[in-house]
Design a protein around this ligand. Structure first.
Ligand SMILES: Nc1ncnc2c1ncn2[C@@H]1O[C@H](COP(=O)(O)OP(=O)(O)OP(=O)(O)O)[C@@H](O)[C@H]1O
Ligand SMILES: [Mg+2]
Length: 302
């Protein structure tokens, strides 16, 4: 099954280690669904609104803001910060909007919200739920599909851990209700899909499998492990063996030998993945270009 069909849910969380292609894949999936006529929100988790947007580069659009804006046909983009989540939470929980605005201006409260363990993730989760629930004029969802580009491995785990943590420590009230709602959304495989992106090398694949186990512990099942940037192998087995014999006889480095080793490493990494997680792993090829060019070149393989 194609990756886009496999992971299609209302909420798609893209996670994995640094630099593996999370943002590029988020952008490519967003374009794919938008081209199909679905209303899509591509959201990038960032610590502050001033953080440079990688999603903007991957989509070839101006820098998004915290308020979603239509950037391409059917495609909205937004930054998700903990602060916007806290602000929205206070607006929804306090009796008056003005109170929330005043509270958010309090330096002491801001410091508390950013320092208290779990509260920045809770802000991200609240905003995610808020955007998923946003209605449109026709009474449907403003965004049929929300794609969440997370910054680092820790984040999907944090999103998975935070509701359980809050439910354990908070007996009742609005925060607990948010945690319960978050847990229900995140752990429902009909609503949420998680993609772990990795590279075709043994260590990154092992780490992706560990992340898959970590997420599963928190009832956040991984829908797909994507091995990105897999080099094309132009050789048959026999050609490869013949080349290795020739290369083995050389003492000086030969042009292309590094690439050949990379192909070999990719093949062992893929064999390892097939053995440990045979279902739902998807391979995406190395494509030409960077930024939005790489995104568009990745589209046909989805
Ligand atoms: N399949 C691919 N083929 C070639 N280049 C790719 C591919 N996927 C991603 N890239 C390139 O790799 C670089 C890193 O990709 P990207 O920014 O999507 O990774 P990331 O996981 O989001 O990184 P970070 O952890 O820093 O957010 C970019 O320059 C991107 O264009
Ligand atoms: Mg990124």
């Amino acid at each position: 099954m194609s990756l886009a069909r496999l992971v299609q849910r209302r909420l798609i969380i893209v996670t994995g280690k640094g630099g593996v292609g999370k943002t590029t894949l988020t952008a490519a999936l967003a374009l794919h669904y938008a081209n199909q006529g679905r209303r899509v929100l591509a959201a990038e988790i960032v610590p502050h609104p001033e953080t440079p947007s990688q999603l903007a580069l991957a989509l070839g659009i101006p820098k998004p803001t915290e308020e979603p804006a239509l950037v391409l046909p059917n495609l909205w983009a937004a930054l998700v910060t903990p602060t916007i989540g806290h602000h929205r939470f206070l607006q929804d929980s306090l009796p008056m909007k003005l109170l929330a605005d005043a509270a958010m201006r309090s330096a002491a409260l801001k410091k508390f919200l950013s320092a208290a363990p779990g509260f920045s993730d809770m802000g991200v989760m609240y905003r995610m739920l808020d955007l998923m629930k946003r209605p449109n004029a026709a009474g449907g969802h403003a965004y049929e599909i929300v794609l969440l580009d997370s910054p680092a491995t820790g984040h999907a785990l944090a999103l998975a851990q935070i509701p359980e943590f809050l439910i354990r420590v908070i007996p009742g009230g609005p925060i607990r209700r948010v945690a319960e709602e978050g847990l229900a959304v995140l752990t429902d495989p009909r609503i949420t899909g998680t993609i772990v992106v990795t590279l075709p090398e043994t260590l990154p694949v092992t780490e992706a499998l560990e992340l898959q186990q970590g997420l599963a512990k928190h009832r956040l099942p991984v829908t797909a492990i994507v091995v990105n940037r897999v080099p094309k192998n132009p050789f048959t087995k026999e050609e490869h063996a013949a080349l290795m014999t020739v290369l083995g006889e050389r003492t000086a480095p030969v042009l292309g030998s590094r690439e050949l080793r990379r192909i070999e490493r990719a093949e062992s990494a893929l064999a390892l993945l097939k053995e440990r997680a045979p279902a739902d792993s998807v391979v995406l090829a190395e494509v030409d270009g960077a930024g939005s060019v790489a995104t568009r070149n990745l589209l046909p393989s989805l």
